[in-house]
Design a protein around this ligand. Structure first.
Ligand code: URA
Length: 447
């Protein structure tokens, strides 16, 4: 395409429209232009319609790594940036790009805190088919996620772990832009996702970030190619912004662990902290925890990190750290000690296999959507959720199943809901009459 006639003159003061045109025409934005736009949008001087146009231009034209880094830093510094260094030194944070049954934070954070790494984490809520840590924690009666900044800092200094919601003062530009992307079809852009995630981590004070980038039908990044691109871009943003970033590429073609649904996932995380829990989920947590311990300088090799993490699960210190966390944030400890006291659904039914064969697929996204249908997720940010409902998946891809063996247990509010969910879940399971391969947990590491 020919350069646009409306192209910006070298001497004209910056204007939002010129920045939009420049990106529309596939040119590279300068640091100054990106800073100008993000500042103007945060203060309200640049309206939503111009921000929407720029977002669409970025989605269609892409951004260089330097532009993505500039966008990240402009969003991170659009509000307060926490300085955790007096309390933590090198603050290590973990972030998952989201998936179905992903309750990893509930296990990994107390686990690494039990190994002496201070954890100050701000998590999010579920939206769409993917769950959120805050909703899972709130299934424990009394647990407070809305700590003030003072409480947040005091708690990590006192007990070495805090897990709360993101304060509105951190990266406000991302908060505004994310809401706009949601309604303008501009969520699935790798530079926009990478800068959105990284800006929040940097604003929350992270110096070292371990990312769990999920790929598969239950993840934002459906293909390995896109997941790797996202991971590489976030690692590059880390390098250009002076943060250390390690990205694990992990599978999301079937739910992680067995439980999907807030209270059910919290119960499964507690079981895992007590040394039990599903094998894939325990293994996933140990691997993520090992990278956190290594990146946080607790050990010098991955093998030593792994040993340290396994010991904390086995000797009960990780579980004790979780109890301490729940107690500090006002949660009911009786529920942690006896997860059967978590919210329970009125109707619970196990669906058994009608046939024998090998499991070829369990469509994670469909399982996540079924939990929303049952009332366990939100269609809009303002929707309230039912903590008790969900699905426990008893099978994994690659399993040999005999007729009559349990496939899933549905936890619902009514018989009608059970029937609806049953149809949907059965459609998510695919069978083979020949042996099928189990899925890997991880596909690689980008660092
Ligand atoms: N998570 C985020 O924080 N931002 C995105 O854009 C996508 C996932």
């Amino acid at each position: 395409m020919n350069p646009s006639p409306e192209r910006q003159s070298a001497h004209r003061p910056l204007r939002a429209v010129d920045i939009i045109i420049k990106k529309r025409d596939g040119q590279i934005l300068s640091t100054e232009e990106i800073n100008y736009f993000i500042k103007g949008y945060t203060t309200g001087e640049i309206p939503d319609y111009q921000a929407s146009a720029l977002l669409m231009a970025i989605l269609l034209q892409g951004m260089t790594d330097q532009e993505s880094t500039d966008l990240t830093m402009a969003m991170a510094y659009s509000g307060e940036v926490l300085d955790l260094s007096p309390i933590i030194g090198n603050a290590v944070d973990k972030h998952s790009t989201g998936g179905v049954g992903d309750k990893t934070t509930l296990v990994v954070e107390p686990l690494v805190a039990a190994c002496g790494l201070k954890v100050a984490k701000m998590s999010g809520r579920g939206l769409g088919f993917s769950g959120g840590t805050l909703d899972k924690l709130e299934s424990i009666p009394g647990y407070r996620v809305n700590l003030t900044q003072k409480e947040f800092l005091a708690q990590v200094a006192r007990i070495g772990i805090v897990l709360s919601g993101q304060s509105a003062d951190l990266a406000p530009a991302d908060g505004k832009l994310y809401a706009l992307r949601d309604v303008t079809g501009t969520v699935p852009s790798i530079p926009l996702i990478a800068s959105s995630i990284m800006s929040k981590k940097i604003a929350a004070g992270a110096q070292t970030i371990v990312l769990d980038v999920k790929t598969g039908n239950g993840a934002f990044m459906q293909t390995m190619e896109d997941a790797r691109k996202l991971a590489e871009l976030m690692v590059s943003i880390g390098r250009l912004s002076g943060r250390k970033v390690v990205a694990l590429l992990s599978d999301m073609n079937q739910p992680l662990g067995c439980a999907v649904g807030n209270a059910l996932e919290t119960a499964e995380a507690i079981q895992t902290l007590k040394g039990a829990g599903p094998r894939d989920f325990r293994e996933h947590c140990l691997e993520a925890a090992s990278y956190l311990l290594l990146s946080g300088g607790k050990v010098t090799t991955l093998e030593a990190a792994r040993q340290m993490a396994e010991a904390a699960l086995e000797n009960g210190t990780a579980y004790e750290k979780f109890r301490l966390l729940v107690q500090a944030q006002g949660g009911d400890l009786r529920v942690v000690d006896d997860p059967s006291l978590l919210p329970q659904a009125a109707c619970i039914r196990t669906v058994n296999a009608l046939q024998a064969g090998w499991i070829a697929g369990i469509h994670a996204r469909t399982i996540g959507e079924t939990v929303i249908l049952l009332g366990g997720g939100r269609a809009k940010k303002t929707d309230s959720i039912d903590y008790a409902v969900g699905v426990v998946v008893h099978i994994k891809v690659g399993d040999r199943i005999e007729a009559g063996q349990p496939l899933v247990t549905i936890h619902a509010r009514s018989e009608v809901d059970i029937q609806l969910a049953e149809q949907q879940i059965l459609s998510a399971i695919s069978w083979s009459d020949r042996p099928t391969e189990a899925l890997p947990l991880f596909y690689g590491v980008v660092q």
